[in-house]
Design a protein around this ligand. Sequence first.
Ligand code: GLP
Length: 237
Amino acid sequence: MKIIIDTPEKVAEMAAQRYVELLKEKPDAILGGATGSTPLLLYAELARLNKAGEVSFAKAKSFNLDEYVGLDGTHDQSYRYFMDKNLFEHIDIDMANTRVPSGINTEIAAEYDKEIEAAGGIDMQLLGIGNNGHIGFNEPGTPFGSITHVVELTESTRQANARFFESIDEVPTHAVTMGIKTVMNAKKVILIATGKAKAPIVREFIKGAVTEEVPASVLQLHPDVEVFLDHEAASLL
Ligand code: GLP
């Protein structure tokens, strides 16, 4: 695991360069996308680089990590909506090549893995991390062998995400997420964590035991992971 520590802005710039490098080498790369507040600076930088002609997503395909059960893509808190507004509408990607798991047709969740495989597998998966160590919506206790599946969100995750909704009651109770195995199948993983609140979990997933109780700790077993941290998130390392 390679750890890179800098300011949030520099971290976003460096992570964006990974996309530039990958897409230069493989214009039709398969990208794994993430939501949350953490990737916003990175997505803004990708949009800037795309407009400046330094990177093109015209041939790329994208598969997002997760979606809330019950929200369709027109809901402003759905992850499909988030991706459209914060990234896809600002870059030259073909919308037909952007995939987010369906929060409505959840009975076909496992087919997402087959689709990813049929596309050739994810070349680079972007991740954030939840305060409890979740990646995607894989909450503590998720089997490392899991593929895309429906999960019940923990109370702490619903509380953490309530800030985006009008009240906690509106936060969905379930989500569909790529599994741990789906994420581990990616050829390369980049994880970004910023802010003081993430410092304890950052220390735990990097330095602690590899355990299903800390989903992100599985990344210690992946051959190509880069972790981008700002100084606050890295402060307990
Ligand atoms: C959400 C998402 C995760 C994300 C995490 C952290 O629940 N499902 O993919 O990494 O929370 O979000 P943030 O970046 O806003 O801290």
